[in-house]
Design a protein around this ligand. Sequence first.
Ligand code: TYM
Length: 311
Amino acid sequence: MQRMFTGLQPSGALHIGNYFGALKPFVELSKEYESFLMIADYHALTSLKEPAELRANIVNVAKDYVAAGIDPAKAVIFKQSDVPEHTELAWVFECLVTVPFLMQAHAYKDKVAKGLEANAGLFAYPMLMAADILLYDTDVVPVGQDQRQHIEYAREAAAKFNNAFGETFQEPKERILETVAVVPGTDGKKMSKSYGNTIPLFGTKDEITKAVMSIVTDSDGERPENVHAIHRAFKTESELASLYEANTKNYKAIKEALIEDIESLTAPMREKRDSISDADAKAILQNGAERARVFASAKMKHVRDKIGISI
Ligand code: TYM
């Protein structure tokens, strides 16, 4: 069976962009693949320095995964920091790639361009992500468009290691679905926690309504493009065409239709999520960590042999 791996940062509440870009394809593919789903807590540390918030987010994201339809008895759900081989392998990759190569990374370049302070963790971020993926001999990584470059970095890390020390890692492939590669937020830009333009995946109906009603609409156009762009994640083009034609210029009705679509997706997930306790979530992560470590420690032992540190 081939392997699938993906991860999400517990840097805030998950939004519908995370769902369509990563979680939904993960759920759909998990029947065909041996599946690993990680909470990228060390990645979140590059931006979040609030221990209480991080702790709460980790438990919440574990619940979100299960509520979104991932079966913890099948998929290995774990948090990155529970498997120290991730940070260990990241160091090995950091010793193989160059500074100019890492300087090309979008996440790093964006921070620098905005005049923000980029910490060294953010700079080395792609190598930790490469370690996440490569430790499990991953075949496919379902992600949104914004992660494409990071998967390329993972392939590059694999190739660099294999060149230096012999065939060890296989090169993974990203899986990006065109219609939901970049789910836009309420302002038309990419939906992102850091832009404050999200529609929460586990928000109450009121929160969802408020977010949808705040979608910026251009009153001159034929149709409200920003609403339509989000709606594409929920309905086919032909369903959308008839809905938008029947309601030309009636932006309120169109937004209400979108709210209904979001509700019918999220209400059952919300209900399921409410039935999962903190203790359940922690037990799932503990079990996942044990299962993940079986793979990660075997792979890392192999790596240590190859690079010459096991004597
Ligand atoms: P993160 O936490 O920023 O996002 C999690 C997943 O959600 C996708 N996504 C989107 N997809 C479509 N439209 C959007 N507006 C949107 N916003 C976010 C992201 O593409 C991602 O798939 N570096 C990763 C976390 C990570 C990881 C990994 C992923 C760490 N290790 C190993 C895959 C494999 C990140 O920051 O994702």
